[in-house]
Design a protein around this ligand. Structure first.
Ligand SMILES: Nc1ncnc2c1ncn2[C@@H]1O[C@H](COP(=O)(O)OP(=O)(O)O)[C@@H](O)[C@H]1O
Ligand SMILES: [Mg+2]
Length: 272
């Protein structure tokens, strides 16, 4: 057996729906893939605007079938733009935290076979702080919170940070300002969030930058294309590429916990 290979697991989250989590997940995945990283995108949101819809792809097989032993994880992966491979949303993704011991073992096996073919796993989470969302956040190494300049987005991000810190001892969060006008507005938004967290919590927020509000994102969504793919020179695309450069410089996990099978183990084991 080959030595387990470190995989960076990044959960893209934010509390509120509609802030841009799925668009950030997809485009960050494409940008990293264009840089030569092998990326898998796990769609952990069964909601309406999921990745299948965003990219106009249709999944033939899904994780529920892996769990029941009907197929392998390989059969589930869908090729997306730029070489990203996608695990589409399904009841299986939602159920990952409530598996029988058999399914549990099967899933860990399925992912460990994939472990040496992936450098980055991006998990696009659902809105809110449901048990399922929290399980993904607990299991990931990096939490990337997408926030936009609306009071509800800031309060939801705060609630999520507070919960993860208080109940699970997470104290490091990466913050991305989305749909802002410029760099200054992004920093200003970050300032608003840190003012509340500094007062009430013992956490470290790290600003990773901003993605500007850009009509090209909306147009791309309408065309069921990723903005990075359809409009590679749009402002939002350039910002995502800069974000990917940064993400690529984040330290790789060095502990054995930084391997894919451990992520899955933490994920499925988190309710036991
Ligand atoms: N940077 C942006 N500029 C313009 N519109 C955006 C941007 N990011 C997201 N949007 C719009 O917001 C909508 C919701 O984005 P989505 O990624 O589906 O959010 P979430 O996954 O957080 O619910 C998208 O359909 C798109 O129209
Ligand atoms: Mg979404």
């Amino acid at each position: 057996m080959s030595r387990p290979h470190p995989v960076q697991v990044i959960a893209v989250t934010g509390g509120k729906g509609g802030v841009g989590k799925s668009n950030v997940s997809v485009n960050l995945g494409i940008a990293l893939s264009q840089m030569g990283r092998r990326v898998i995108l796990l769609d952990a949101d069964l909601g309406l605007a999921n990745i299948d819809v965003l990219l106009g792809i249709s999944a033939k097989r899904n994780l529920a079938e892996v769990l029941s032993g009907e197929c392998d994880l390989r059969d589930v992966l869908v090729n997306g733009p730029g070489g990203v491979r996608i695990v589409p949303a399904s009841s299986g993704t939602q159920r990952m935290t409530q598996l029988s011991p058999m399914e549990h073992a099967g899933l860990i096996n399925a992912f460990s076979e994939l472990g040496d073919q992936v450098d980055v796993l991006i998990v696009d989470t659902a809105a809110g702080i449901s048990e399922s969302v929290v399980s993904f956040l607990r299991a990931a190494q990096e939490l990337l919170l997408v926030v936009c300049d609306e009071p509800t987005s800031i309060t939801d991000a705060y609630a999520l940070i507070k919960l993860m810190n208080r109940d699970y001892g997470v104290n490091r969060f990466r913050i991305l300002a989305n749909q802002v006008r410029n760099e200054q507005e992004g920093k200003h938004l970050f300032g608003k969030l840190t003012r509340v967290t500094e007062r009430f919590l013992d956490v470290a927020l790290q600003y990773v930058g901003m993605v500007p509000y850009d009509e090209a994102v909306r147009k791309a969504v309408q065309r069921q294309r990723a903005v990075l793919d359809a409009y590679p020179r749009a402002k939002a695309s350039l910002a995502i590429k800069a974000l990917a450069e940064q993400v690529d410089s984040w330290p790789l996990p060095t502990s054995p916990r930084g391997h894919l099978e451990f992520f899955v183990e933490r994920l499925v084991g988190s309710n036991t």
